[in-house]
Design a protein around this ligand. Structure first.
Ligand SMILES: Nc1nc2c(ncn2[C@@H]2O[C@H](COP(=O)(O)OP(=O)(O)OP(=O)(O)O)[C@@H](O)[C@H]2O)c(=O)[nH]1
Ligand SMILES: [Mg+2]
Length: 248
C-alpha cells in the first residue's frame, strides 16, 4: 500500500515537453508512469531518461486506453490513487499536491482540476467548445451532485475503490474517458470534488482534439449519458473502505 498517488501521463508525440513534465512531477516526490502507445518521436526515450517508468504499446488505443493501462499498473503496484496529467506541459505540477490534499481531507474518489472554476480567463477556448463544455458540465453536475465546470479535464485524481473499477473497464472513445467516466462515477455513488487549476495553452506539439467531427461526437456522448447507455462500474460500498488519511 503506497501513500502517495502514482502520476499517469498519457503521451503521444510529446518529445518537446515530456522531459520537463516528468522532472517537475518527480521533483515533488511522485512516481511517474508515461504511457506511450505509438509515438514516432523520442517521447519514450526522453521520459525514461527523466526517470519515468515507460509503458510502451505498439497499438494506439487513445488516451482512454493509455489511462486504463496506467490504472492497471497502479493497481498491480499497490498504489491507492492515480493522478492523470497531460504530457504537453498544460498542467502545473504544483497543483498535484492540491489534488492530493482534497483527496486526503475529504476522502473523495475523484478530484477534478478545473480550467473554468473561479476564473473564466484561465484558458482561451473557442466559443463552440466552451458552449459544449457548459452543456456537459450541467449534466455532469447533476450526476456527481456537485458543481462540475470542467467535465473534460485531463487533470484528475482517481482513488480506490473507484480506481479498481476504472482499471477493470474504462472507455477509449472521445469523451468516454472524461465526461462519461465522470458521470458514471457520480451515478455509481462515488464522491466527486472539483478544484480550480490554472491551465496554460499547450507549450508545443500537436493537439489531439479536432473541431468539426467533435460536434457529432459531443452529441453522441450527451445521448449516451441521457439514455444511460454508457459503460457501468460496481457501485460504491461505504462499508468496504477506509479513509485515505488513516492508511500507512
Ligand atoms: N498514450 C496516448 N496519449 C495520447 C493520445 N492522444 C493524446 N494523448 C496525450 O493525452 C494528453 C491530452 O491530449 P491533448 O492533445 O493535449 O488534448 P487537450 O489537452 O484536450 O488539447 P489541447 O488543449 O490542444 O492540448 C496529452 O498528454 C497527449 O500527449 C494517444 O492516442 N495515446
Ligand atoms: Mg493538452
Amino acid at each position: 500500500m503506497r501513500k502517495s498517488p502514482l502520476v499517469v501521463v498519457p503521451a503521444l508525440n510529446e518529445q518537446a515537453t515530456i522531459r520537463s513534465v516528468v522532472l517537475a512531477i518527480k521533483k515533488l516526490g511522485y512516481d511517474v508512469v508515461v504511457v506511450d502507445d505509438g509515438s514516432g518521436d523520442k517521447t519514450a526515450e526522453l521520459a525514461s531518461q527523466a526517470g519515468a517508468v515507460v509503458l510502451r504499446m505498439k497499438l494506439n488505443l487513445g488516451v482512454g486506453g493509455a489511462l486504463r493501462c496506467g490504472f492497471r499498473y497502479a493497481m498491480n503496484e499497490g498504489y491507492d490513487a492515480v493522478i492523470q496529467c497531460d504530457a504537453d506541459g498544460q498542467h502545473p505540477a504544483s497543483y498535484l499536491n492540491e489534488l492530493v490534499d482534497i483527496w486526503k481531507s475529504t476522502s473523495a474518489h475523484l478530484v477534478i482540476g478545473s480550467r473554468f472554476r473561479d476564473t473564466q480567463e484561465s484558458m482561451k477556448v473557442a466559443w463552440h467548445r466552451r458552449l459544449a463544455m457548459h452543456v456537459l458540465g450541467f449534466i455532469a453536475s447533476r450526476a456527481c451532485k456537485t458543481r462540475i465546470t470542467d467535465s473534460t479535464s485531463g487533470f484528475r485524481l482517481i482513488a480506490k475503490p473507484l480506481l479498481n473499477e476504472f482499471a477493470k473497464s474504462f472507455p477509449s472513445h472521445y469523451l468516454g474517458d472524461t465526461f462519461e467516466a465522470n458521470v458514471v462515477a457520480g451515478r455509481a455513488g462515488y464522491t466527486v470534488k472539483e478544484i480550480a487549476v490554472p491551465i496554460t495553452e499547450r507549450q508545443a506539439g500537436k493537439s489531439s482534439t479536432g473541431s468539426g467531427r467533435s460536434v457529432m461526437l459531443i452529441l453522441r456522448s450527451v445521448l449516451v449519458v441521457v439514455f444511460g447507455l454508457h459503460f457501468n462500474i460496481g457501485r460504491f460500498n461505504p462499508q468496504a473502505v477506509r479513509h485515505p488519511s488513516t492508511k500507512h
